[in-house]
Design a protein around this ligand. Structure first.
Ligand code: ZN
Length: 297
């Protein structure tokens, strides 16, 4: 039996689990993100306890908040790099966990992890390529092409795509770096800042959702043009707003203007732009998949 460890490392919590996939989670623990020393020590203790109980882990996968260093030849591979999260900039995560737990570690962004998880077990099953976008307190996106997560120079930062402003939108946006990028215009906090109340309190017929669909649908069109994935998966709390995903599809098809000639898009994109199937487990499942990639079998 091949047992993996998985970590979904976030800015507020680290979800740690042991198992082989979504139907086989042996142990699951939420560890608060405090300072790196305390958090990583608690994580190491969790996996040591689990190995004692369930048997040795073959490998560990970490799907992490970032930015992260994913260059295999870099001396800081596996580090969280320039994060604004206090205390966490330039933290060695993968190397430290690998040394302390004595297992190989697969390491990638949280959103590439979620894309991998959905591709293997969720809404991308049977496909070779998907892009995954999460819309919540921030916006992030990852992609897997031909089974491999996409990175190169650094890694994709789809949350900060630069989009044309809606002609009736005079909101300046809230991104600290760009103002009116995708995250600055369409994240949960951007919606709250624009309308003066939290996104979840806005009724389904509020104009906010038209604007939201405009930006997310335009982003979806750009991802289609740039990556040509076989499916786009839109997750995160904001994406769950009633009726929003249908509006995003409509904007996507409209935005592409018939240029991308694929029946799956021309027929309304219903099976092209979809919700995740793994829900909150996408990240941890992706982490198992990262572990499997470095642990063999
Ligand atoms: Zn930005």
């Amino acid at each position: 039996m091949t047992l993996y460890g998985g970590i979904e490392a976030g800015g507020t919590k680290w979800i740690c689990a042991v198992g082989t996939g979504p139907d086989d989670l042996r142990a699951h623990e939420r560890i608060d993100t405090t300072d790196p020393e305390t958090t990583l020590a608690t994580v190491v203790n969790f996996f040591r306890r689990q190995a004692g109980e369930h048997g040795p882990l073959v490998a560990l996968g970490v799907a992490s908040f970032g930015p992260v260093d994913l260059s295999p030849d870099s001396p800081t591979w596996g580090f969280i790099t320039s994060t604004p999260k206090p205390g966490w900039a330039h933290t060695d995560v993968a190397g430290r966990l690998s040394r302390q737990l004595g297992v190989p570690v697969g390491f990638d962004t949280d959103v590439n992890g979620a894309a991998l998880g959905e591709l293997r077990w969720g809404a991308g099953r049977g496909l070779g390529s998907v892009a995954y976008v999460t819309v919540g307190t921030g916006i992030g996106g990852g992609a897997v092409i031909r089974g491999e997560p996409v990175h190169g120079l650094i890694h994709p930062e789809m949350g900060h795509l630069m989009l044309p402003k809606h002609p009736e939108d005079d909101f300046a946006g809230i991104c600290l770096y760009h103002g009116a990028c995708l995250e600055g215009l369409a994240s949960g906090p951007a919606i709250a800042a624009r309308w003066g109340r939290p996104a979840e309190t806005l009724p389904a017929d509020h104009r906010a959702w038209e604007l939201e669909a405009y930006y997310l649908g335009t982003a979806a069109a750009n991802l289609t043009l740039a990556l040509s994935p076989e499916r786009l998966i839109f997750g995160g709390g904001v994406s769950k707003a009633p009726g929003l995903i249908e509006k995003i599809r409509h904007q996507l098809v409209e935005g592409l203007g018939g240029y991308v000639q694929s029946p799956i898009i021309e027929s309304g994109a219903e099976s092209y732009l979809v919700a995740p199937e793994l829900g909150d487990s996408a990240g941890i499942c992706g982490a198992f998949e990262l572990a499997r990639k470095v642990g063999g079998s």
